[in-house]
Design a binder for this molecule. Structure first.
Ligand code: WT7
Length: 622
């Protein structure tokens, strides 16, 4: 396969940003980031009042658009309703049976307003936290926007996490209200979300109400604190004036895993996040007004926040929301949807592509995929082989395929291959405007092209995390691990063209199907099983998921290894965290390799797993 692909003239000629413009604007954006973002913020969004200062950078704190007032829902909704997109479809939802429901910008605004008024009727005010544990339905977006409308801080929890993981997030964020649905469907099976919320909130006085979306008018018994979503929303006015938010007022908290301890609540604020997600959506996806756009992520993760909800709505796009698994009820479900809805821009994960590729060619070829123009991936490295399949078999060699590296913490795309630029398979691309990315050693010294090192960002960008909820210290770690710069926790290599290849995490974080899980988190989940004395987990490579967990378990005396125990341990992880974190492999061992001071040497386990030299063992105890 060639190691570089050039976009077709058709794509290049109509792109928002040409290659020359990228080079010029990128240089300009690094030379004077404040002037660059000032111009973008003014020309792209509507503000209630302007800012006095673009960036206030007092290491390690930073503020963007200081003193500016806006409401993200004004830019996502009212602006379109006041303009030409009033009756344009904002979302088309497709459920597992293929049943379609859609909503225009006008209808979405009214539904958001009703829901915002309903939240107020439950006592939710500016700054209060609302946790969502919802299926991928239009109402999930409505609730997120309703929170933003009144200045409440949403914290979306992916509706595949366990009751314990949900509880931890509700407790940490001190949510007043939790919103859920009676069920979601996955592979034809109804999953009882309300039951999970019930267990997660048992005895929690901080939670005042639980709002339940009762789907399809099913019979649903409501208990104390529980109220019916439709009932409380129906009686509200369809008018709700958006609360003027300060640029630096929090918009949401989203929990993600780190290398140590419990998940941290990443806090994003209003102004910078609005500007950055809007602008990256426009430029990176080259999104045009008549495009149909489909990002397959769930709003339970950052990709859904930035590139299902806020970015595309801010642009005024028509997006698909597709509930359920990619290959259920049939392996060509996604290709059929692309053909039926004439999707132009398709953004997904390498895991999904690997899964669908495995089903075979016969599921792709019958479908007319000629509407596609831009393909994108996110969440994990994509191998050249998988890149090539996606490019040739789905894009038919006509589309541009962009990789996008970013994180929950970064809020938006950081390293990308813009549609008008040459694409290098397996290499994430070049930094977005204003992003000064570099590859350095542990002391922070810049490495030469081709050398592997730590990926850092030298200065704050508008959608950078502002803090970790209730944990400023963990926030500061991002900017102090290598003093003065943001350390992403990834290993990377820069080539002589300035393209950056992401190798994988540099820390104890495992990436399963694009979802992060800390080794410490997985180990503590396994450790809650009564038969487990000690445990260490490592990542092993997995054909579909990219990585999977392999757990080494030392049993307490009196217990002996068995398949039943192995299954119990897996179930324990499912109930502590969620299915996605369940170890692929559990092996029982008599001891774990440790240093003399008692620290588990995971590198020894990793080296053994990959058949590499285990290295210097002089400090090992046993
Ligand atoms: C970690 C962030 C950003 C939304 C989804 C994941 C890995 C992300 C790529 C990519 C290689 C990638 C990194 C990063 N990652 N995108 N294009 N190529 N690796 O967000 O859960 O915050 O995870 O995902 O390791 O640090 P997240």
């Amino acid at each position: 396969m060639p190691d570089i692909f050039f976009p077709s003239d058709a794509i290049k000629n109509q792109a928002h940003i040409t290659e020359d413009e990228y080079n010029r604007l990128y240089a300009e954006s690094l030379g004077d980031p404040e002037a660059f973002w000032d111009r973008v913020a003014r020309t792209e969004l509507e503000w209630f009042s302007p800012w006095e200062m673009v960036l206030d950078w007092q290491y390690p704190q930073y503020k963007w658009f200081v003193g500016g007032k806006l409401n993200i829902t004004h830019n996502c909704l009212d602006r379109h309703v006041n303009g030409i997109n009033k009756y344009k479809k904002a979302f088309i939802h497709i459920d597992e049976e293929g049943v379609e429901t859609s909503v225009t910008y006008m209808e979405l605004l009214e539904r958001v307003n009703r829901c915002a008024n309903a939240l107020r009727s439950l006592g939710v005010a500016k700054g209060d936290r609302v946790v969502l544990y919802m299926p991928l339905v239009i109402e999930q977006v409505v609730v997120m926007l309703a929170c933003a409308r009144i200045g409440a801080v949403h914290s979306v929890v992916f509706a595949g996490l366990s009751d314990k993981a949900l509880r931890e997030r509700i407790v940490d964020s001190e949510a007043k209200v939790v919103i859920t649905a009676n069920w979601t469907k996955r592979r034809g099976k109804k999953i009882d979300l309300k039951g999970v919320v019930g267990r997660a909130t048992e005895g929690l006085d901080t939670v005042q109400s639980i709002v339940v979306l009762v789907r399809d008018g099913d019979a649903c018994e409501l208990h104390t604190k529980e109220v019916n979503f439709d009932d409380i929303v129906a009686k509200q006015s369809a008018v709700c004036v958006p609360v003027p938010m300060d640029s630096e007022d929090p918009l949401f908290v989203l929990y993600t895993s780190g290398s140590t301890g419990k998940p941290k609540g990443i806090v994003h604020t209003t102004g910078g996040y609005s500007v950055y997600t809007h602008y990256t959506t426009k430029i990176v996806f080259d999104l045009k007004d008549n495009d149909t756009y489909w990002c397959t992520a769930d709003p339970g993760w950052i990709t859904g926040h930035s590139y299902v909800v806020y970015g595309p709505l801010s642009i005024g796009a028509t997006s698909l929301l597709v509930e359920g698994a990619p290959d259920y009820p049939k392996p060509d479900r996604w290709w059929e949807i692309i053909a039926k809805y004439h999707v132009n821009i398709f953004y997904t994960s390498p895991t999904a592509i690997r899964l669908l590729r495995k089903h075979g060619e016969q599921y792709v070829s019958p479908h007319d995929l000629s509407s596609l123009r831009v393909l994108g991936t996110v969440g994990e490295p994509i191998s050249e082989e998988v890149w090539g399949w996606f490019y040739e078999r789905i894009g038919k060699g006509r589309c541009v395929l962009i990789d996008t590296w970013w994180q929950t913490e970064t809020g938006g795309h950081m390293i990308v291959s813009l549609p008008s630029l040459p694409q290098k398979p397996g290499i994430a691309g070049r930094p977005f405007f204003g992003i000064e990315a570099d590859v350095v050693d542990v002391q922070g010294t810049r490495l030469r092209d081709g050398e592997k090192g730590l990926l850092v960002i030298r200065k704050p960008w508008p959608s950078a995390l502002r803090t970790c909820w209730n944990d400023e210290e963990r926030f500061e770690q991002y900017w102090s691990e290598i003093k003065g710069v943001y350390c992403a926790g990834d290993l990377a290599i820069r080539d002589s063209d300035g393209y950056i290849k992401i190798i994988g995490r540099s820390d104890d974080v495992i990436n399963i199907s694009g979802h992060r899980i800390g080794t410490a988190e997985a180990e503590s989940a396994i450790g809650t099983h009564p038969a487990v004395a000690e445990v260490a987990v490592i990542a092993k490579s997995h054909e579909i998921k990219g990585q999977a967990i392999k757990a080494f378990v030392v049993l307490k005396s009196g217990h002996s290894e068995s398949d039943q125990l192995r299954n119990e341990i897996k179930l324990q992880v499912k109930s502590e965290i969620g299915s996605y974190a369940v170890p692929e492999e559990v092996v029982f061992v008599p001891t774990l390799p440790k240093t003399r001071s008692g620290k588990i040497m995971r590198r020894v386990l990793r080296a053994q797993e990959s058949g590499e030299d285990v290295g210097d063992l002089s400090t090992i105890e046993d």
